[in-house]
Design a protein around this ligand. Structure first.
Ligand SMILES: [Zn+2]
Ligand SMILES: [Zn+2]
Length: 434
């Protein structure tokens, strides 16, 4: 399905409140076009996704989420991958990627990986099933489930795990035979169905079915910022909330004009990530024991080794994911924080788009950590050849998590506030939350 993308409209007629949207990235109030099935509306100023209509809004998400859960169950029941090397064989199950780390005294890393590739994706699929079936059977607590669903979404990393599997196989294929079990194919289907289940739901549409959009006691005019009209956005359910109201009347979340201490939190998380990035590169991420010889490899030395072995595509992917992306993300996030302090520039649209890109791409840095978990579960032939995780893997995972939290803490509306102050005469003051 190719979605038609329509731009939100800025005419000044007073539309129904359910058709008004406040952009979470640039704070512009706009009138949503009357969308048909398969259409999507984007912000006319910054291009952010605002609304979408999907065909068969109940049946498709239920089918995708239900099938995804069934595939996840199958992925845990049968052999995942087998490896044969020098007359020995080892079989890995899907759950081994976490359990082996646990037995190797890397409990924190084991728990993180289990959460990212099993618990969070499964919880998201259950939540989608519950919310969609809840539309038909009026199930309770849907407000709470919808809040949790969008909180968990960035932490579901099944697509990155699949990339990690491919990289691991390419690394190993020169030294061993790899045989893919039925659970591997079930996992591939799970990834696909999980992705589709998220593609066929829309936050705004979902909330409109849980409860009608509350009518703010303040007139809202399209084409002006929320800040200038004493309106703020509920980031959870997309409702427009008057500035004087502290809680959203639909989802009961505390609503703030801008994210609390956004710049301070973002900068603090970025500094912590920068400091941890040094030991993450100096400490070994993986230990390989081969014929009694032990080799500790850091991210960089692993990269050099792969390049020397001629595995250029994998070396390039790891270079991008583990070196370029985290460094670029930290630098760009610092630059965005600096931009919010500048007087009006013409770069708001571009900087908001760059923010969205780094926010999306940052989680892919987790791929190297997942490769270590897969290799440690798969390559277990005692002294002949075994792979063990290194402490650097946990430190690097912490760097990725901190940069993800930094991107989540950053409020892109701060980039647009100087423009609002110049054109509409109302500025945002973080000290008074005005
Ligand atoms: Zn916008
Ligand atoms: Zn709300």
């Amino acid at each position: 399905m190719t979605a038609t993308i329509a731009q939100a409209q800025l005419d000044t007629k007073a539309p129904a409140v359910s058709l008004l949207a406040l952009c979470p990235h640039c704070d512009l109030v706009q009138r949503l076009p009357d969308l048909q099935s398969g259409e999507e509306a984007r912000c006319s100023r910054c291009g952010h996704h605002l609304d979408a209509r999907h065909p068969e809004p109940v049946v498709r998400p239920v089918l995708y989420a239900g099938s995804a859960l069934f595939m996840l169950l199958l992925a845990n029941l049968f052999p995942f991958v087998s490896m044969f090397a020098a007359g020995n064989s080892n079989e890995m199950n899907f759950f081994d990627t976490s359990s082996v780390l646990f037995t190797e005294h890397h409990q924190w890393l084991a728990i993180l990986i289990w959460l990212f590739i099993q618990a969070v994706p499964a919880a998201c699929m259950f939540a989608i099933l519950y919310l969609k079936l809840g539309m038909v059977y009026a199930l309770p607590a849907r407000t709470w489930v919808a809040r949790v669903l969008y909180m968990l979404k960035p932490w579901s990393m099944v697509d990155i795990f699949l990339m990690g599997l491919i990289i691991s196989f390419v690394k190993l294929v020169a030294d061993a035979d790899i045989s893919l079990g039925p659970s591997f194919w079930a996992f591939c289907l799970f990834c696909l169905l999980h992705l589709r289940a998220f593609q066929v739901i829309d936050r705004r549409e979902l909330w409109s079915k849980i409860a009608p959009c509350p009518i703010p006691q303040v007139a809202a005019q399209p084409g002006k910022s929320g800040l200038a009209q004493n309106l703020k956005l509920c980031q959870v359910c997309t409702a427009l909330v008057p500035i004087t109201q502290t809680q959203c009347s639909r989802c009961h979340t505390k609503v703030r004009l801008r994210q609390r201490a956004s710049l301070q939190n973002t900068i603090a998380l970025l500094i912590a990530a920068t400091l941890l990035y040094i030991p993450a590169n100096l400490l070994p991420i993986m230990r390989t024991v081969s014929f009694g010889e032990t080799i500790d490899s850091t991210i960089i030395s692993g990269l050099v080794l792969m390049w020397q072995d001629g595995a250029y595509p994998v070396a390039i992917i790891i270079l991008i994911a583990s070196v370029i992306v985290p460094v670029a993300k930290i630098l760009i996030m610092f630059w965005l924080c600096y931009l919010t302090r500048l007087p009006v520039s013409q770069r708001q649209r571009h900087s908001t788009q760059i923010y969205r890109l780094v926010d999306w791409v940052g989680r892919w840095s987790m791929v190297d950590v997942l490769v270590v978990a897969i290799m440690a579960a798969l390559v277990r032939f005692d002294l002949l050849m075994s792979v063990y995780p290194g402490v650097g893997a946990l430190v690097f995972a912490a760097v990725v998590i901190l940069t993800m939290l930094a991107a989540l803490s950053f409020d892109p509306r701060l980039l647009w506030d100087p423009l609002t102050e110049q054109h509409e005469g109302v500025g945002f003051d973080a000290a008074t939350e005005r």
